[in-house]
Design a protein around this ligand. Structure first.
Ligand SMILES: CC(C)(COP(=O)(O)OP(=O)(O)OC[C@H]1O[C@@H](n2cnc3c(N)ncnc32)[C@H](O)[C@@H]1OP(=O)(O)O)[C@@H](O)C(=O)NCCC(=O)NCCS
Length: 346
């Protein structure tokens, strides 16, 4: 079997179909479910915006009898409005094709040249490691590739999973626990774009998450979420067939105090959902709103997306507040993710 590294051809339906198959295989392996994309959705997902530009490569294996199969992928993402020193690298190899030098070939033939060409001094990457063991073990394949990229560990995220739906009795118990401290706050559900009248405070909330998320030694500049940027994000999700369900805590004075977001697809076979942001604004903490928000989204999923069987969440290992809420909901550790960064030439 020979393997070639080349740019992903987003004009080719056949290639995007294979790219989607690789994506499904990776999700099934790491998360036990899939969020399938159509070819059209994948093509739109690959388009640049005014906030981020990307290049993508694939590792194509050719069998002895002919026929090609995409067995790996690499990418570089360049933030365009802030973090303009940073180039973010992505790299994954099909679980059945690991340990054969494909990851190394993507790093050497595509990623390192692209990093150099970007002229950006700061490189970032994420890598999956097992739930237990020394995260700095130099024998771990991701650590070997991180060394080749010139990046080192700056943060550890823990990936947790929960089978859905949550039992109604558990939701009732946790809802009652949250309500003890809820006072005059109320929980609303948004299942589409953020209402126009809340755009400014919603933007502040999104930025606060980037400011507060305990990411240890990762260098990252929190973006400004202007109304245009929020709308671009919402349009991109819709184009990819992703439904954004979110619960929002509204303070007694009508301002937005917190939210919790999940991304799901309602396409046939879509069994996996992603937990995205959960945040309570600093002035509104201590009312168990984090728990109330998550109870609301989990109850909603059971009703509106019953095909989703598994929800996945990532937390920094130094975030005891969020982790304790997730454990109450029944999330269990699946694996860890190391956040790597490095300065070129440093
Ligand atoms: C990390 C990943 C991309 C590696 O892909 P791969 O094709 O297996 O990589 P390679 O075969 O080139 O192996 C890289 C190194 O790990 C070693 N390695 C790989 N699998 C191994 C195994 N099972 N046992 C021991 N060593 C192994 C290789 O010998 C090589 O070491 P070297 O640098 O000394 O030559 C792949 O495991 C993956 O997709 N993981 C999930 C996504 C992820 O974490 N990406 C990392 C982003 S930094």
């Amino acid at each position: 079997m020979s393997v070639t590294i080349r740019l992903l051809d987003t004009a080719s339906d056949a290639e995007l179909e294979q790219f989607n198959a690789l994506d499904d295989a990776l999700d099934l392996d790491a998360f036990g479910g899939v969020q399938p994309y159509s070819v059209a959705e994948r093509r739109l997902a690959c388009e640049d915006t005014e906030y981020s530009r990307a290049q993508r490569w694939v590792a194509v294996a050719e069998g002895l009898e002919g026929g090609e199969m995409i067995v790996g992928r690499g990418s570089v993402h360049l933030p365009l409005q802030e973090n303009t020193e940073l180039v973010e690298v992505g790299l994954s190899v099909h679980p059945a094709h690991r340990g054969r030098g494909i990851g190394t070939a993507i790093v050497e033939e595509a990623l390192r040249p692209a990093i150099a060409e970007s002229g950006r001094p700061l490189v970032g990457a994420w890598g999956e490691i097992p739930a237990d063991g020394d995260p700095d073990d130099p024998a771990l394949p991701v650590n070997r590739l991180a060394a080749r990229l010139g990046v080192s560990r700056k943060n550890i995220g823990v990936c947790r999973r929960r089978d859905l739906p949550l039992e109604a009795a558990l939701l009732d118990t946790l809802r009652a626990e949250a309500e003890e401290r809820q006072g005059g706050y109320r929980i609303e559900i948004w299942d589409g774009p953020a209402p126009e009248e809340h755009l400014a405070s919603y933007g502040a909330l999104l930025r606060q998450l980037d400011l507060d998320d305990p990411d240890e030694d990762i260098e990252y500049e929190a973006p400004e979420y202007t109304p245009e940027r929020i709308r671009t994000g919402e349009r991109r999700l819709a184009e990819q067939g992703i439904t954004q369900f979110q619960s929002v805590a509204v303070a007694p004075d009508g301002t937005i105090a917190g939210n919790s977001v999940v991304h799901v697809k309602t396409a046939p076979g879509a069994s996996l959902g992603w937990q995205e942001n959960t945040l309570v604004m600093p002035d509104h903490r201590g009312h168990r709103l984090g728990l109330a928000l998550k109870v609301a989204t989990h109850a909603l999923l059971a009703e509106r997306a019953p095909e989703v069987r598994s929800l996945v969440t990532f937390n920094s290992h130094v975030n005891p507040w969020m982790i304790s809420i997730n454990e109450k909901l029944g999330y269990r550790v699946s694996h860890r993710e190391v956040g790597y960064q490095g300065r070129m030439g440093a």
